[in-house]
Design a protein around this ligand. Structure first.
Ligand SMILES: Nc1nc2c(ncn2[C@@H]2O[C@H](COP(=O)(O)OP(=O)(O)OP(=O)(O)O)[C@@H](O)[C@H]2O)c(=O)[nH]1
Ligand SMILES: Nc1nc2c(ncn2[C@@H]2O[C@H](COP(=O)(O)OP(=O)(O)OP(=O)(O)O)[C@@H](O)[C@H]2O)c(=O)[nH]1
Ligand SMILES: [Mg+2]
Ligand SMILES: [Mg+2]
Lengths: 290, 278
């Protein structure tokens, strides 16, 4: 528990007074260790600690708390700020097009169902578009989800090119009373140039209002690179972190936000359509710090 | 001595960064570095150029002691159970494994024990077709253990060489889902003592330290005989398997290198370390 470890590190400091570079170096090492164990990217953690040090040095330790607590407070506040400060939930407008992208198995198709349920209950009339012709039974998966939610799923022709499918769906939406398009794409590697080009083509064809990177909360050090490349090669508007119902501390959240500056909008907290929540920076900060 | 580069703090930092970025984790990284520093202090290593080979040697000792996955079934039917958290690549790996065995002339039966996830059975059914395997399945919501049981009965009755059981993805922290997994294993073992002969945990190579928790809890629950490290064709190095081998002694049997039916390789520690040190 970070609090105890930092208090331990500070036992050696007699009296109170100011936080100095010397007396906080041990506690900063402890914090760095906690961040790395929580899967925060190595370089992101380094920069973060430097920022914390800058912020902490010279602070007066007030009578009521220990130096360790003061450092924790700085770390926590910096973390919350870096994670976005305030929640920034997904608030689409009528006629919006939401496009889900990400690595294989991150939870895009399931999340598409969750978004459909959420906005359906908010009075939208969503259309789900299964733009993954590659994965065996991917279209079936989204179709079954849609059926269970009473949400329409667009029907691709067998093996239809995703770009053409999206254009077709987009044209159809405008004339048929749907006011929200949720587009599920195939999982792909950020380094697969052909597949990244496919995403660019879809973006060019339908100009989605919201491109969301769906990422696994337990992603390790590579989180920075993945987010970086999706942002650089495609451009993303936000992030959805999935599988937060597990025991992963979720340092990937900090890594991805730090790498792209994009807000983490929502989090997946289970396998059912109702398991979608708004992302709260303060809750995530507490989770990362354990 | 003049002109020989020193092993200084900058070098240690570079090595620490490389190991950390590969997802080996703080504990394993620190242990490896301490080991190297000790050897430097003893005078065994006195040049920076000796550090990486020494590190590689140490890692080879951790990862390379296995005899490699023995692909031959030792009894009939040989039962392989595939487990892991959501989305790691279990169903796809089974398709690849099935193909691997089919190519070697074995008759393979697959059990669609993921009766929970949308189109879980349909997905495996397609892989059965692609790999020349037969499939035992049931309707969505059916008891996964009963599907496994029916499949084992069929495997025994119709003389299949291999039975591979697909299970639903589940988080290791969900006690009731872990109980369901134990039940599947129990039911198999009761019908055919000694089965399942292999329990493979499929890990996503992009996963960070949580993989250790996954391995620990799945091992405690049903016992893991080996790991499949999937999605190693991405940019992640999969260093988590070093931590898992160090702490839990569980070896990597296979590596997934893509989404195609041929994209499965038997684990080669040399290859793995080559990629790690690239
Ligand atoms: N526990 C948990 N499981 C989740 C969550 N989100 C998705 N899943 C599960 O993760 C697995 C993968 O989800 P999919 O929706 O198929 O992932 P995907 O990104 O569409 O996969 P590809 O299309 O193959 O790239 C499934 O078993 C889902 O039920 C979550 O928030 N929590
Ligand atoms: N690039 C790459 N993708 C893979 C690999 N193995 C599996 N995948 C992809 O990962 C995604 C998830 O694979 P699945 O086989 O559905 O995973 P799963 O563990 O069965 O998922 P659940 O049953 O939902 O828990 C699919 O898009 C696969 O094509 C691999 O080795 N490399
Ligand atoms: Mg999908
Ligand atoms: Mg599966």
């Amino acid at each position: 528990e970070l609090r105890d470890r930092l208090n331990g590190a500070f036992k050696k400091i007699l009296g109170r007074g100011k936080l100095t570079e010397r007396n906080i170096s041990d506690s900063l090492r402890e914090v760095r260790k906690v961040l790395l164990e929580a899967d925060v990217n190595y370089k992101v953690a380094k920069e973060f600690i430097a920022r914390v040090e800058e912020e902490a040095i010279g602070r007066e330790v007030t009578q009521s708390i220990t130096p360790g607590q003061e450092v924790i407070k700085v770390v926590y506040d910096q973390l919350v700020e870096l994670l976005g400060g305030q929640p920034s939930p997904l608030r689409p407008t009528r006629g919006s097009k939401i496009m889900l992208v990400g690595l294989q198995g991150s939870g895009k198709t399931t999340t598409a169902g969750k978004l459909a349920k959420r906005f359906n209950s908010q009075g939208f009339k969503p259309l789900l578009v299964p733009a993954d012709p590659y994965r065996p039974a991917a279209v079936d998966q989204l179709r079954i989800l849609g059926e269970s939610l009473g949400v329409e799923v667009y029907s691709p022709t067998k093996g239809e090119d995703p770009v053409k499918l999206c254009q077709r769906a987009c044209n159809w939406v405008q004339s048929s009373g749907f006011d929200l398009l949720i587009l599920d794409t195939a999982g792909r590697l950020h380094i697969d140039e052909e597949m990244m080009e496919e995403l660019r083509q879809i973006k060019k064809a339908i100009a989605p209002e919201e491109i969301l990177l769906v990422a696994d909360a337990m992603t390790g050090q590579e989180a920075v690179r993945v987010a970086d490349e999706f942002e650089a090669k495609l451009g993303i508007d936000g992030i959805i972190l999935t599988k937060l119902d597990g025991d992963a501390q979720g340092g990937a959240a900090l890594s991805m936000r730090a790498a792209t500056g994009r807000p983490i909008r929502m989090v997946g907290v289970g396998e059912k359509p109702e398991d979608l929540e708004i992302f709260y920076p303060d809750r995530m900060a507490s989770r990362i710090l354990g | 001595v003049l002109g020989r580069p020193a092993i200084d703090e900058a070098i240690w930092e570079k090595i620490e960064e490389a190991l950390m970025l590969s997802d080996m984790g703080w504990e394993v990284t620190t242990k490896l570095l301490d080991g190297l520093k000790e050897r430097v202090a003893q005078g065994e290593l006195n040049d920076p150029s000796l550090l990486i080979p020494a590190l590689r040697e140490r890692l080879m000792a951790v990862m390379g002691d296995g005899k490699g996955f023995d692909l031959r079934p030792h009894s009939k039917p040989w039962v392989i159970m595939v487990i892991g958290i959501n989305g790691t690549g279990k169903t796809t790996t089974i398709g690849k494994l099935s193909h691997l065995y089919h190519r070697r002339g074995y008759r393979v039966l697959l059990a669609a024990s993921d009766t929970f996830r949308a189109a879980g059975t349909e997905q495996l059914s397609l892989w059965a077709e692609l790999s020349g395997a037969d499939l035992v399945k049931n309707i969505p919501g059916a008891d996964p253990a009963s599907v496994a049981y029916d499949a084992l009965e069929a495997a025994i009755g119709r003389g299949y060489d291999l039975l591979i059981v697909d299970t639903a993805g589940r988080l290791h922290t969900k006690v009731n889902l872990m109980e369901e997994l134990k039940k599947i294993k129990r039911v198999l073992g009761k019908r055919l003592p000694g089965s399942p002969h292999e329990v493979l945990l499929v890990l996503d190579a992009t996963t960070g330290q949580n993989a250790i928790s996954q391995a620990k809890l799945f091992d405690q629950g049903v016992g893991i005989t080996g790991l499949v490290l999937a999605k190693l064709d991405g940019t992640a190095k999969g260093g988590i398997v070093v931590a898992i081998k160090e702490k839990l002694g569980i070896p990597v049997q296979f590596v997934g290198t893509g989404e195609g039916i041929e994209d499965l390789e038997v684990f080669d520690p040399q290859e793995f370390l080559n990629a790690l040190f690239e």
